[in-house]
Structure formats: structure tokens, C-alpha cells
Write a protein that binds this ligand. Structure first.
Ligand code: PLP
Length: 379
């Protein structure tokens, strides 16, 4: 029988072994490593710098005083506390949908929602670069899966025609994409995708994990920026990135949400997020939509522009290709005081290992300038 050791050895030999890097400080533009060194942090998805923001902290502390630390059980079992309802009402308004449902993480949202909607008789069509949680949700559903090359509308269109010809009378076709892609930082052609799907019976799920909070009016996402909320059946996202907290959400019609409350197993069979967390996310939505959010977005976008004028998100990949070379580049940056992760297979496809730079509203202009110089001296 194969052992964990032998599999670890194989990972090590191909430059694919992963290790946790222990950090002894809160998240922020600077992080303190366990060995005492302090690095400038270009690795987190804390785009607005809210993970340790005074307003988020104060709100969380006050909400713990008001609501305690635990939810007790699933919301269907021990009662559904008001902070969850208030959050979902506020979120639905923010996302311009009838209704919303929250989960403990974005990962749990995907693995709950997709198998609730689709089964063996159904078809799920995904972009090739969709996040692991969306792929796992689709696999778990047992539906037939079709993958289209990244952002390829023509291939999506031909998969759709194929699916429409094959699907049973009451079968479902579900198309899944992200609005901003997590490892490439580019945007989906959402208008083109909606144009293909509107005349078709297929449902569309768009994961806004990396757009929520800093793209679109008030940070409401790419669907809001393009005015496509009405054409997207399910808008998904997470509070773990730009909101600096944790938790996942899905927004849609009232019937869709009532259906998910009855069918999404990661909602039904998992303890609800702490009510104090739900209340803090509500406060954070006000923060994001308000003046402080606007100021943070403006700082973030100015940082993005100063790093790369072509960038359309806070994620900027520098593709190197080889695993070892990417690890070496990340290590050299570490020695210069920068935390920039090496992203390798299976997070990205083989031969496309990369440094993934993520920018935050917290970064100072001189810190970004320093990173650019360090990167230039690498090559
Ligand atoms: C991070 C991420 C998720 C998972 O969200 P968590 O709240 O971190 O579990 C889902 N989809 C995408 C595209 C993501 O980048």
C-alpha cells in the first residue's frame, strides 16, 4: 500500500510539496514571520485591508458582546438568529436580488448549491479556470460535466447547443463562471455569456469571490458594473476576501433561495456561522458601500494602476512556467523582504507556475515601487 511518506517524496521531487508558513501577526501590508522577520505582504486577498481594520475589529467585538460566539446548531434546527436574516436582507439589496443565503465559507456555498441544483440527469458547463470549490461542487452533483476553454464564448455556445439537444424535458443545464479569475486576475466576458444564456433554458451561476467589495458601484461586483444582475440566476461570493471576514453567500430569486434552504446539504447539515460574525458582515457591508469603502477602493485602484496600468483586478500573475524556478523566485523575493507566493499545479495547470501578486488598499506607494524594483532585478 502506498504511504503518505512516499507521496510526499513524490511531491518534493517534482517541486510540488507545500508547506505552511507560520505568521505571528494579524494580516496586513506587513506580516511578522515566526523567525522574527517582517515581510511586505503581497499574497493575501484582503484587497481593501479590512482583515484588521479598526472598524471591522470594533464591530466584531461589539457584536460578540451582543450575540455571543456560537450559533448552536444548523439554522433549521435551533432557530435562525436575527443577525443572519438582517445580513441576508442587506446583502440581497446590495446585490439587487430578491433574496440571499449565507454559508460558513465560499467553498461550502459551492459544494452546497451546485449539488442541490443538479443531479445525474443534468449538465454542468464550467470555464476551464473555475475555482476548485466550483469543480468539486459539480463533481459532487453527479451531473455530466463539460468544460470550455477559458473565456471562450464560441465553445461555450457549442456546449450549450449540445446540452440543449441532450437534456431531459425537466432536466437542468447550469453554466458556471467567475467574474474575476482567482489565479489569472482577468475578467469573464459576462455580457457575452449573458447574451448566450438569456435565450437558452440554462441557469447561470457567477462567482464574484475576487470582485466583491472593489469592482462595480459601491463594490457590488462585476455584474453590477455591467448592469447584468437581472440576467444572472445565482450570484455567488465570499466575505473572506475583500470583506476581511469569512463566510460565503448566494443571491437569487426568493424561490431559488427557499429551494436552497431545503436542499443545500452544506447549509442544512452544518452549524450556522456565529451570529456575531453575521452581524459584523452586515456592518461591513455598510462600511464597503459607504465613504470609508469608497476611500479604500480608490486607494486600491491607484495601487493597481501604479503596479500595472493594464491590470483589471487586484490580482497580477507573473507566469514563470517551471515549478522550481517559480519557487526560487519567490524565495529570492522573500530574502528581499517581500511575501509573494509561488502558485503551482494543481492550483494552476502544469507548466504555468507563477508568482501571484495581490494588491491591497493598505499598501503604500513606496512599497509597490520597491516590489516592482525587486521584480525587475529578478530577471
Ligand atoms: C476563495 C474562493 C472561494 C472560496 O471561498 P472561501 O470563503 O475562501 O471558502 C470560492 N470561489 C472562488 C473563485 C474563490 O477564489
Amino acid at each position: 500500500m502506498r504511504t503518505p511518506e512516499s507521496e510526499l517524496d513524490e511531491l518534493e521531487a517534482s517541486g510540488l510539496r507545500r508547506q505552511l508558513r507560520r505568521i505571528d501577526s494579524p494580516q496586513g501590508a506587513r506580516v511578522a514571520l515566526a523567525d522574527g522577520s517582517v515581510l511586505l505582504n503581497f499574497s493575501s486577498n484582503d484587497y481593501l485591508g479590512l482583515a484588521n481594520h479598526p472598524l471591522n475589529r470594533a464591530s466584531f467585538i461589539a457584536n460578540i458582546e451582543a450575540f455571543g460566539t456560537g450559533a448552536g446548531a444548523s439554522r433549521l434546527v435551533c432557530g435562525s438568529q436575527s443577525p443572519h436574516h438582517q445580513l441576508e436582507e442587506k446583502l440581497a439589496a446590495f446585490k439587487n436580488t430578491e433574496s440571499a443565503l449565507t454559508f460558513s465559507t465560499g467553498f461550502a456555498t459551492a459544494t452546497g448549491v451546485i449539488p442541490a441544483l443538479c443531479g445525474k440527469e443534468d449538465i454542468v458547463i464550467l470555464d476551464k479556470l473555475c475555482h476548485a470549490s466550483l469543480i468539486d461542487g459539480a463533481r459532487l452533483s453527479g451531473a455530466t460535466m463539460r468544460v470550455f476553454p477559458h473565456n471562450d464564448l464560441e465553445k461555450l455556445s457549442s456546449h450549450l447547443s449540445w446540452a440543449e439537444g441532450r437534456i431531459a424535458k425537466d432536466g437542468r443545464i447550469l453554466v458556471i463562471t467567475e467574474s474575476v479569475f482567482s489565479m489569472d486576475g482577468d475578467r469573464a466576458p459576462l455580457q457575452g455569456i449573458c447574451d448566450l444564456i438569456t435565450p437558452s433554458p440554462a441557469l447561470l451561476l457567477v462567482d464574484e469571490a475576487h470582485a466583491f467589495g472593489y469592482i462595480g458601484p459601491e463594490g457590488r461586483g462585476l455584474a453590477a458594473e455591467l448592469g447584468l444582475e437581472d440576467q444572472i440566476n445565482l450570484q455567488m461570493g465570499t466575505f473572506s476576501k475583500a470583506a476581511g471576514l469569512s463566510g460565503g453567500y448566494i443571491c437569487g430569486s426568493r424561490n431559488m433561495i427557499d429551494f436552497l434552504i431545503n436542499k443545500a446539504r452544506s447549509f442544512i447539515y452544518s452549524t450556522a456561522p456565529a451570529p456575531s460574525l453575521a452581524a459584523t458582515i452586515s456592518d461591513c457591508l455598510d462600511l464597503i458601500a459607504g465613504d470609508e469603502g469608497a476611500a479604500l477602493r480608490s486607494a486600491l485602484w491607484s495601487n493597481i494602476q501604479s503596479f500595472n496600468t493594464d491590470a483589471t483586478s487586484a490580482i497580477i500573475p507573473l507566469i514563470i512556467g517551471d515549478n522550481e524556478a517559480t519557487l526560487a523566485a519567490s524565495q529570492t523575493l522573500h530574502e528581499c523582504g517581500y511575501l509573494v507566493p509561488a502558485i503551482r499545479y494543481p492550483t494552476v495547470s502544469k507548466g504555468t507556475a507563477r508568482l501571484r501578486v495581490t494588491l491591497s488598499a493598505n499598501h503604500l506607494p513606496e512599497q509597490i515601487k520597491g516590489l516592482k524594483e525587486a521584480l525587475t532585478s529578478l530577471y
